[in-house]
Design a protein around this ligand. Structure first.
Ligand SMILES: Nc1ncnc2c1ncn2[C@@H]1O[C@H](COP(=O)(O)OP(=O)(O)OP(=O)(O)O)[C@@H](O)[C@H]1O
Ligand SMILES: [Mg+2]
Length: 233
């Protein structure tokens, strides 16, 4: 299904039950997220951004409605096949970097390739190429606690991209960075997104970042309240 959108959401609802209380985090989202674009999801705290990215990233399943990723209906996959699909097709970047503290930058980036069973040579080549691309070849042996916040997020971006996923999801990747580092990370994500022709979806509460995105979806109270496409450059 080569012409399927990166993500297709149909009437997606997600409710959480806690101590008998129902919280509707997403209330019927229908949208197509195109392939090969730099797409932003914006909305205030609690609007459902993380919930939506978790559903798109196959970390969680919707209460109602359907999620398709690259033409694959998520509901049709068993938990095992879903885990395998996620390992191959989806890369993640998180607000808190989520690097393995005991592994070096190099080992953090190489890690997803170990799960895919590549040869040592292939792993080395791909890992070094990705570290170079994010400007951290020199820091390859350093551990996360020896890196700045911006450098940590660069490692996380390299780790997300190294397996060549068709989709990369980044949940508020700039929220723990100062504005200069945040801007640099957005620019780097944009650059690797173009180079790898990956579909990229990142969330933010900062509407000012909209100018960097090809398309922006706006969430409020679990509902999609806006869709904006940048004019073709
Ligand atoms: N595991 C959970 N259990 C119960 N309620 C949850 C859970 N996760 C999220 N929620 C609720 O769902 C709603 C949407 O939360 P979500 O984390 O998706 O918002 P967000 O837009 O990512 O917010 P933020 O900008 O603060 O990260 C909120 O009302 C939140 O309290
Ligand atoms: Mg969130």
């Amino acid at each position: 299904m080569t012409d399927a959108p990166a993500v297709r959401l149909h009437d997606v609802e997600k409710t959480y039950e806690e101590e008998g209380l129902r919280v509707t985090a997403l209330a019927g989202i229908t949208a197509d997220i195109p392939r090969g674009r730099f797409v932003m999801i914006v909305g205030p705290s609690g609007s459902g951004k993380s919930t939506l990215l978790n559903l798109i990233g196959c970390i969680d399943r919707p209460t109602r409605g359907t999620v398709e990723v690259a033409g694959q209906a998520i509901a049709a996959l068993s938990d095992d096949r879903l885990t395998d699909f996620r390992a191959r097709a989806v890369g993640f970047v998180f607000q808190n970097f989520n690097l393995f503290p005991v592994l070096s930058a190099y080992e953090n980036v190489e890690y997803p390739l170990l799960l895919l069973g590549l040869t040592a040579k292939e792993r080395r080549e791909r890992t070094m190429a990705m570290l170079e691309q994010v400007g951290l070849a020199e820091q390859a042996r350093q551990r996360p606690n020896q890196l700045s916040g911006g450098q940590k997020q660069r490692v996380a971006i390299a780790r997300a991209l190294v397996k060549g996923p068709s989709l990369v999801l980044a949940d508020e990747p700039t929220a723990n960075l100062d504005s200069a580092n945040g801007a640099a990370i957005i620019a780097l994500m944009r650059e690797v997104q173009r180079q790898h022709a990956t579909s990229f979806v990142f969330s933010t509460h900062d509407p000012q970042l909209m100018s960097h995105a090809d398309e922006t979806f706006t969430l409020k109270d679990g509902k999609l309240v806006g869709h904006h496409m940048a004019e073709a450059a």
